[in-house]
Design a protein around this ligand. Structure first.
Ligand SMILES: [Zn+2]
Length: 110
């Protein structure tokens, strides 16, 4: 088996030179016309390195949804009912998050 062999027709290609000077390989088909060898594939260019994913921040949609859930629980009071011991801490974290995202300055109210 040679390097320039047509699997489809079971015949070897012969080297030709096109008018523009390009070398290609083809063979005559039984029914007339020519069967050209597919051009050798160019080596694939190495893909540019993918951009590193930006570091996930706490404002990602998933985290936001979780906090939204916490907010709902704070709103309906279920956080106090289900987590009476840590409700204050959770609320503190929640508001810290909300204010962190919105940029609202949290003033302590006594
Ligand atoms: Zn062929």
């Amino acid at each position: 088996m040679t390097e320039h062999y047509c699997e489809e027709h079971g015949i070897e290609f012969t080297e030709k030179t096109s008018k523009s000077g390009d070398v290609f390989w083809s063979h005559r088909k039984d029914g007339g016309g020519w069967c050209n060898e597919a051009k050798a594939k160019k080596p694939t260019q190495p893909q540019p390195a993918a951009k590193p994913e930006p570091a996930k921040r706490d404002s990602s949609p998933e985290v936001g949804m979780c906090w939204n859930n916490v907010g709902n629980r704070i709103g309906d009071g279920s956080i106090d009912r289900d987590y009476p011991k840590s409700a204050t801490k959770i609320k503190g974290q929640y508001y810290k998050y909300i204010f962190g995202v919105t940029g609202i300055k949290l003033e302590k109210e006594d």
